[in-house]
Ligand binder design. Sequence first.
Ligand code: ADP
Ligand code: 5GP
Length: 191
Amino acid sequence: MESEKGRCLIFSAPSGSGKTTMVRHLLRKFPDLSFSVSATSREPRMGETPGKDYIFLSAQEFREKIKAGEFLEWEEVYPNRFYGTLKSEVRRVWAEGKHVVFDVDVEGGVSLKEIFGAKALAVFVQAPSVAILEQRLRARSTESEESIRARLGKAEKELAYASKFDTVLINDNLDEALERVEQLTREFLDA
Ligand code: ADP
Ligand code: 5GP
């Protein structure tokens, strides 16, 4: 996918590490960033807006879009729960003259970095420990016990992907992490 000036910021992390928090902060701070709304076959959570947080599809609709070649990348992140980046989202953001921000799982992040190369900054967000990750997932109160277990079970494997990213952002103290992510973004966009 080609664009004169459009760049990408890719955020990946084990679930609960704080990447949504980082991404929302950047979208508020930088008016020339715009979020790539992913498609998913999972159920909407309380407070999520269809078309804004995700494009919610049935598993069958998702499979049809895979067949039609509409995704830049997609993953079955949890069994029967698909997540993917639509080519149309990247085109939409670049057509607005903005830079695109992705919030994707670690494999999706590596795929997008391979696609966009130097046009992309790939950031791996990491909680200070798995115990803290568990605390944050529980405190968020959005997941069932089963879903928390699944997410923690995946976290160990996902942490091994950190070295494939351009940078690792440790999200310990929130204010410091937000400041750091702003600084990384400014450096990348000004380069
Ligand atoms: P992710 O998008 O990676 O799944 P979230 O951004 O939803 O993670 O963060 C998980 C939970 O942890 C949320 O409830 C969020 O408010 C909280 N959180 C994020 N960063 C911190 C931090 N530095 N300290 C404490 N809690 C945090
Ligand atoms: P959640 O269900 O917590 O919103 O997301 C679960 C995981 O799916 C997170 O790691 C999230 O980043 C990832 N995810 C969201 N959208 C996409 C996407 O378009 N592609 C990929 N590969 N992963 C995604």
